[in-house]
Design a protein around this ligand. Structure first.
Ligand SMILES: Cc1cc2nc3c(=O)[nH]c(=O)nc-3n(C[C@H](O)[C@H](O)[C@H](O)COP(=O)(O)OP(=O)(O)OC[C@H]3O[C@@H](n4cnc5c(N)ncnc54)[C@H](O)[C@@H]3O)c2cc1C
Length: 346
């Protein structure tokens, strides 16, 4: 079992809408430190499967990490989807779930910046975490555009209304209901978003909504570095079923870059074969490196290239500005120079 996986008790299950439940996890005092998170992060949940043993799915935390004691994830049923329906049908108070420690990066570093937030459907979950955190811990002004099929399918409708009553000067919500207005397209979104085009933007929802919103923002001249997107994909890899890192280091290769890695305060010197991704090299050498998806979605294996140069095979989570600062995803990185120094936990 993955070293970062823990069994946690379900403290409560809240029916948010006919299709979505919030699962509230109670943490033992020993686990609290391991589940410290930042706003917008997610948990990876193990869902049992008769076919494969299990599947792994990510669910965003919706709370304010500085105020909320319990951890809450919200799962919306996906038509024909396996894990979302299993969780909605089977999890009750008192159930035990196996989850990985929080990971990902989808939220502002501070709480004083003015933000434009765009959510559709279950995409509200990480956005809710950002809203609660900014309102409670800073001075930032928030404009939220929130699209749903109809009022009855609007997750957190009551909580959002309460927050607008408590912070009328700082939280403006524009609801969009598809049954009344149709699916929002790029030109309509352009008109709605224009007054907020100077703000940092966080965007989460179904692919069509994300594409329309991204096109509208690009048309308004918002640079890509200011548009942060959380893509809801199902993991193809399963971090729960993968073997533990080997305890005997793989035999050193002769072909490759000279690699020095700093992680958890330890330094390791290895050979990095030219065609092998950094995460695989480290796991082969028994180095306990953080990762979840291995698909460039989650950003958990992010690390800093301090010396030398690497390239990524794919990148679905790191913004250009982070790459410019030397950050890279270990699951996607190949060596480009002969000598490389990489640091985790930067
Ligand atoms: C960082 C992150 C955060 C997330 N946060 C949330 C959240 O807060 N709330 C939330 O509800 N979701 C969230 N998700 C999405 C979640 O992880 C799952 O992707 C979602 O619940 C669907 O999983 P599923 O197993 O039910 O569907 P899947 O079984 O993966 O199916 C998904 C889709 O694929 C289709 N499909 C399935 N199997 C096949 C097949 N064999 N052939 C063709 N089509 C197929 C299904 O019909 C369905 O349309 C998040 C994802 C990520 C990456």
């Amino acid at each position: 079992m993955n070293r970062h996986a823990h069994e946690v008790r379900v403290f409560d299950v809240v029916q948010e809408t006919p299709e979505a439940v919030s699962i509230v996890l109670g943490l033992t005092p020993e686990l609290r430190e391991r589940f410290v998170y930042t706003c917008g992060q997610f948990l990876t949940v193990r869902v049992p499967s008769a076919q494969t043993g299990s599947v792994a799915r990510c669910y965003s935390l919706s709370g304010n990490p500085h105020r909320d004691e319990a951890l809450t994830v919200t799962v919306k049923r996906v038509a024909g989807g396996y894990a979302s329906n299993w969780l909605c049908d089977n999890v009750v108070p008192g159930s035990t779930l196996t989850v990985l420690e929080p990971s990902g990066k989808f939220g502002p570093d501070g709480a004083n910046e003015d933000l434009l937030l765009l959510a559709a459907g279950s995409g509200i979950t990480p956005i809710m975490s950002i809203i609660k955190t900014v309102l409670a811990c800073g001075t930032g002004d928030i404009a939220l555009l929130y699209a749903n099929r109809d009022p009855g399918s609007t997750i957190f409708a009551g909580q959002l209304e309460q927050l607008t009553r408590e912070h009328p000067e700082r939280l403006r919500i524009q609801h969009w209901f598809e049954t009344d207005q149709g699916v929002p397209d790029a030109s309509t979104l352009t008109t709605l978003l224009a007054p907020f085009a100077e703000r940092a933007t966080y965007l989460c929802g179904p692919a069509g909504f994300m594409a329309a919103a991204a096109a509208a923002l690009a048309g308004l001249g918002v640079p890509a570095s200011r548009i942060h997107q959380e893509k809801y994909l199902s993991l193809a890899e399963n971090p729960f079923e993968q073997p533990e890192p080997s305890s005997t280091p793989a035999s050193p290769g002769t072909e490759g870059a000279a690699l020095e890695v700093e992680i958890d305060g330890d330094r390791h010197t290895l050979t990095w074969p030219r065609q092998t991704r950094l995460l695989d090299v480290l796991l082969e050498h028994g180095i306990d490196v953080p990762y979840v998806c291995r698909e460039s979605i989650c950003g958990t294996c992010v690390c800093l290239v301090r010396k030398g140069r690497t390239r990524m095979v794919a990148n679905d989570s790191l913004p250009e500005e982070d790459i410019a600062q030397g950050l890279t995803l270990a699951c996607q990185s190949l060596p480009d120079t002969d000598e490389i120094f990489i640091a985790f936990d930067q």
